[in-house]
Design a protein around this ligand. Structure first.
Ligand SMILES: Nc1ncnc2c1ncn2[C@@H]1O[C@H](COP(=O)(O)OP(=O)(O)OP(=O)(O)O)[C@@H](O)[C@H]1O
Ligand SMILES: [Mg+2]
Length: 444
């Protein structure tokens, strides 16, 4: 009957045979019974969903029970269900809808891939070979439920990668929850992760769901994993193994279906050696690892990053900046970027706001940006009442920095400052007038 509607049909006698055929044929829509010998429909759907991308499935059931129907649709991600005996017209309509969804998914995949070659994956930008490799890893791991460990310096885009994985996975319709594991005492951290019952500890005035429950059928990002208390890491490992959580003070366990992504800006091997990260947890998560390269090692990405960030920041601030001038790009490419893409974004955010429209010129960069280290204005360091004078500082700059700091120290008492500096009050006034004029000239 289905072939007579113009579909090419493959048949299978049971779940096992279907699984074999699915792996060797290009299948766009699956129609399956629930009760079958060897492998039933529940198991079949569970197997194919765990393999990542799968065709929409129409489930046939003899038990027109709304609960089973909801369970199959919700837990197994079925496209739709039909009660037996089936009505041919209903099946035909569903098959056509499912087939068109399948075609759309393929088209999206093709477009995604094309964009990737142009250096864009979801919100990530990068045309360098290193980033292309990262994109390919993301695309490979996204469709599965595998845990992912993302390592990279601060500002390299770890959170963006986690969001891209979620977005490209079959869980994209589910929640994406991020929890920062740094700076939280153990009890609070565990209550955040696993939830608690009323009265579980002092301050637990109400029952509260944890992040695992909140990310049900979605993705949970454990940010700064190496900062998580080691005791909590052990509990986390147990949840990863069993897919069940127990709220603090709770009696029963709750089954959770959550994809875990962990990130850290520490060098993993060091965190392991120092005992900050449990080895067993590390090995459980390290199955799939993505190392994000620092910006300074892929400086060729800078031009594409600049133009995509300008677009983003224009939208955010209602500006109409078109591009950065070539000499600005040159200056930016010479910088070392210890804060990586976040630092670049901050510099550009300031520039876009100041420029408002037109092009970004060197005037829109912080005034000491990109200058050789020596010619930068000396800055007060952490010890108060100290100025740092790197080699290359001019006498004039050093003098100004010392005068300003001394004034700050005397709470702007000029005669006192002149006394400390060993100069006359008149000289101090002249200097200040000079600096004032410099500043006015700079602003003009
Ligand atoms: N490849 C990229 N393409 C576009 N934007 C990026 C990229 N990488 C990072 N960014 C931007 O840089 C900023 C920092 O990224 P993100 O928050 O993902 O960094 P992170 O690695 O999680 O940093 P931290 O360790 O400090 O939390 C974000 O504003 C993001 O938009
Ligand atoms: Mg982050």
């Amino acid at each position: 009957m289905v072939s007579s509607w113009g579909f090419a049909v493959e048949t299978a006698g049971d779940g096992q045979e279907a699984l074999d055929k699915l792996s060797s044929n290009q299948i766009n829509v699956l129609v399956t019974d629930l009760m079958m010998p060897r492998m039933d429909g529940f198991e079949l759907l569970k197997r194919i969903t765990s393999q990542g991308s799968y065709p929409p499935a129409i489930v046939l059931t003899a038990f027109g029970n709304i609960e089973t129907a909801i369970q199959t649709m919700h837990d197994l991600g079925a496209f739709w269900f039909l009660e037996k005996p089936i009505q041919p017209s209903a099946l035909r309509l569903l098959l056509e809808r499912a087939a068109s969804q399948s075609r759309l998914a393929e088209e999206t995949e093709r477009l995604q891939r094309q964009l990737t070659y142009q250096g864009v994956l979801v919100d990530l930008v990068g045309a360098s070979p290193q980033m292309q490799q990262v994109f390919s890893l993301i695309r490979q791991v996204a469709p599965s439920k595998a845990a992912v460990l993302i390592a990279g310096e601060s500002g390299t885009g770890k959170e963006l990668v986690a969001r891209a994985i979620h977005h490209l996975s079959p869980r994209r319709g589910g929640p994406f929850v991020a929890i920062n594991c740094a700076a939280m005492p153990e009890t609070l951290m565990e209550s955040e992760l696993f939830g608690h019952e009323k009265g579980a500890f002092t301050g637990a005035v109400e029952r509260r769901a944890g992040c695992f429950e909140l990310s049900q059928h979605g993705t949970l990002l454990l940010d700064e994993l190496a900062e998580m208390p080691v005791g909590t890491q052990a509990k986390l490992l147990r949840v990863l193994e069993d897919s069940r959580v127990r709220r603090l003070g709770g009696k029963s366990e709750i089954a959770v279906d959550v994809r875990i992504i962990a990130s850290t800006n520490k060098v993993l091997e060091e965190a392991l050696a120092k005992g900050e990260l449990r080895e067993d947890l590390f090995y459980r998560l390290n199955v799939f690892r993505i190392d994000l390269p620092p910006l300074r090692t892929r400086i060729g990405d800078l031009p594409v990053l600049v133009s995509s960030l300008i677009t983003l920041l224009n939208r955010k601030h209602g500006c109409r900046v078109t591009e950065a001038e070539p000499n600005v790009i040159e200056i930016l490419q010479r910088h070392n970027w210890p804060g990586n893409v976040r630092e670049l974004r901050n510099i550009l955010e300031r520039a876009v706001i100041i420029a408002g429209e037109g092009t970004i010129t060197t005037h829109h960069l912080p005034h000491d940006f990109g200058a050789p280290a020596g010619s930068r204005v000396p800055v007060p360091v952490n010890e108060p009442d100290t100025v740092r004078l790197p080699v290359g500082t001019t006498v004039g700059e050093a003098e100004k920095a010392l005068i300003m700091l001394t004034l700050k120290h005397t709470k702007n008492n000029k005669s006192r400052a002149a006394e400390i500096l060993g100069i006359s009050l008149k000289t101090l006034f002249n200097k200040l007038k000079e600096y004032g004029a410099q500043e006015a000239a700079m602003e003009a």
